[in-house]
Design a protein around this ligand. Sequence first.
Ligand code: FMN
Length: 163
Amino acid sequence: MTAETVTPERFRQAWSNFGTGVTVVTTAEPDGKVHGMTANGVVSVSLTPPLALACIGHNRNSFPLIKANRRFAISILNEEQTAIAEHYTKPPEQRSSDSAIPFVELGESRVIGGALAAMDCRVVSEHEAGDHTLFVAEVECVSIGEGKPMMWFQGRFGHFSAD
Ligand SMILES: Cc1cc2nc3c(=O)[nH]c(=O)nc-3n(C[C@H](O)[C@H](O)[C@H](O)COP(=O)(O)O)c2cc1C
């Protein structure tokens, strides 16, 4: 391990070694359409009450939407949903149509059908942190699916393998 100054590149590289699952965070556009973005900056915060957190960059199109709606949903993707994850990593103007995305309703939100789990979340507080805002939200509705998780490690999507 080498100890050097924290540059943006080294910060990114260090965190790329943190393997995570992959989610799509959805919220509503003003016309009611679903807006999604791929996110791994999500975390379970509290059991009682059930709270989750999503960390959203200020330059994301999702940011003003979540701030205004005070609601979002988290869909934890399974390993067969890589095309959906890739779709939502692109800026909206570079995405193809969302018509192939299998949305289903959950509480007041729409989530990705077939996801390993999904949660409908109502924002209860927000905390600005650098170039992101942490949206802490109460999970009002949850659905649980089956399958294996999609993973993200060193800039690539992959599979989980148990020992
Ligand atoms: C694996 C992965 C995880 C990501 N996680 C986050 C995240 O937690 N928060 C965030 O603001 N952007 C995250 N991004 C970037 C967004 O997915 C990307 O900027 C997307 O185009 C934003 O869409 P939007 O501008 O329509 O909201 C992630 C990208 C990848 C590939």
